[in-house]
Write a protein that binds this ligand. Structure first.
Ligand code: SP5
Ligand code: ZN
Length: 325
C-alpha cells in the first residue's frame, strides 16, 4: 500500500449544534494523527500530491454551491466560525458543518490529495490509502454537511468517468454517504454501495434506505444496506458479503473505499460495535475482491476516537496486505 497524507492541521472546527445544544466538533486533525505518525515512521511509500484546477470541483458540485462557499469563506476573519442554526440554509444541510476563513482552501487540498492518489494508482496499479480531511461523503451537489464540503470520492469517480473508467464506491463509514448517493443517483456508470446505521434512527435520517436504488437507467446502481444500532461482526459480515457481491456483479475497473472508523465500538459518534480484529476481516475481504479489480484506493471519511481509529487502521492494513505478500 502506498500513502498520501493531507491532514490540513490549520483547519480546526470547534463547534457543532447537536439537538439544539452547542457541542465540541469532533472532526479535528487530532483524530488521524496516530495513523499519520505510524505511516511516517514505518518506511511506507509516501506519494506527493499535485494541485488541480478548480474546474475539478464542478465535476460533482453545482456552481452556485462552489461560488457560495468560496465567497462566504472570503468574508470570514481568521477567528470566525460560521455555523447555521437550522438545517438546509446557506448551502449547508445540517448544523455541524461550520465555515472558517480557510474552509474552501483546505477542502480543495483534501480533494487534490484524493485525485493525486487516484491518478497514481492508475499509473502504478498499487493500492493507495489517502489519509485526508475534511471528509467528503456527506457533501451533496449543492450542500455541505456532516463535516464535509467537497465530496472527495465522488469527484474522483467522476474524474475517472471522464477517462472512460467505471468505478464502484464502497462506503463503510458508519453514516450513510447521502452526498455520494445524491451525486450518482442518476449515473449508471458509477456503483454506490453503503453499509450504515439505519437512517430511521441515525444521521443523516432522510436518506440511506434500502428502497433507494437509483433512477432511470441508473436503477440498480445504488445499494443501501442499513443495519441496526449495536451491530457486531456477525451481522456486519453478512452486509459486507452482500456489498462485495454487488460490486463483483457490477465489474468496475476501479474500487474506491470510503473508509470510516466510526463503526468501532469505542467511537463517540457512530453506534456500531465492531472491534479491532474485525477490521482485519474487512481488509481481507476487500483485498479478495481486488484480485478481480485492477485498481483500488481507500479514502478517509469519519472516525472520531484517535486510538480506536489507529487500531482499526492497523488491522485493516494487516488484513488487506496479508493476502498480498
Ligand atoms: C464524515 C462523518 O462521519 N460525518 C458524521 C456527521 C455526524 N453528525 C452529527 C450527528 C449528530 C447525531 N446526534 C444525535 C443526537 C444524540 N444526542
Ligand atoms: Zn461517519
Amino acid at each position: 500500500m502506498d500513502f498520501l497524507i493531507q491532514l490540513n492541521k490549520e483547519f480546526v472546527p470547534t463547534k457543532e449544534i447537536d439537538n439544539g445544544k452547542i457541542v465540541k466538533n469532533p472532526e479535528t486533525p487530532d483524530r488521524l494523527k496516530k495513523i499519520e505518525n505510524y505511516i511516517l515512521s514505518n518506511n511506507f511509500k509516501l506519494l506527493e500530491s499535485s494541485e488541480f484546477g478548480e474546474d475539478v470541483i464542478y465535476l460533482a458540485h453545482k456552481s452556485e454551491y462552489i461560488e457560495y462557499l468560496k465567497e462566504k469563506c472570503q468574508t470570514l476573519g481568521e477567528k470566525d466560525e460560521y455555523l447555521p442554526e437550522v438545517f438546509f440554509v446557506d448551502k449547508i444541510f445540517d448544523t455541524g458543518t461550520p465555515l472558517k476563513h480557510n474552509t474552501f482552501e483546505v477542502a480543495k487540498k483534501a480533494l487534490d490529495t484524493t485525485l493525486s492518489g487516484v491518478l497514481k494508482t492508475l499509473e502504478t496499479r498499487n493500492p493507495t490509502y489517502i489519509l485526508t480531511r475534511p471528509p467528503g461523503h456527506h457533501a451533496m451537489k449543492d450542500f455541505a454537511g456532516g463535516y464535509c464540503y467537497f465530496n472527495n470520492v465522488a469527484i474522483a469517480a467522476k474524474y475517472l468517468e471522464t477517462k472512460g473508467i467505471r468505478s464502484a464506491i464502497l462506503d463503510i463509514d458508519f453514516h450513510h454517504g447521502n452526498g455520494t448517493q445524491n451525486i450518482f443517483y442518476d449515473d449508471k456508470e458509477v456503483l454506490y454501495v453503503s453499509i450504515h446505521g439505519a437512517p430511521k434512527i441515525f444521521y443523516p435520517w432522510y436518506s440511506g434506505f434500502e428502497y433507494e436504488t437509483g433512477v432511470g437507467p441508473a436503477k440498480g446502481t445504488n445499494k443501501n444496506i442499513p443495519l441496526p444500532g449495536g451491530a457486531t461482526w456477525d451481522i456486519y459480515k453478512l452486509a459486507l458479503e452482500e456489498a462485495i457481491n454487488t460490486i463483483e456483479t457490477f465489474k468496475p475497473d476501479f474500487l474506491i473505499v470510503s473508509v470510516g472508523y466510526d463503526t468501532h465500538v469505542k467511537d463517540p459518534v457512530g453506534h456500531f460495535a465492531l472491534e479491532d480484529k474485525d477490521y482485519k476481516e474487512i481488509g481481507n475481504a476487500i483485498s479478495k475482491v481486488c484480485e478481480k479489480i485492477g485498481f483500488i484506493c481507500f479514502v478517509q471519511e469519519g472516525g472520531y476516537n484517535a486510538s480506536a481509529n489507529y487500531k482499526a487502521f492497523l488491522n485493516l492494513l494487516e488484513g488487506f496486505e496479508g493476502t498480498r505478500r
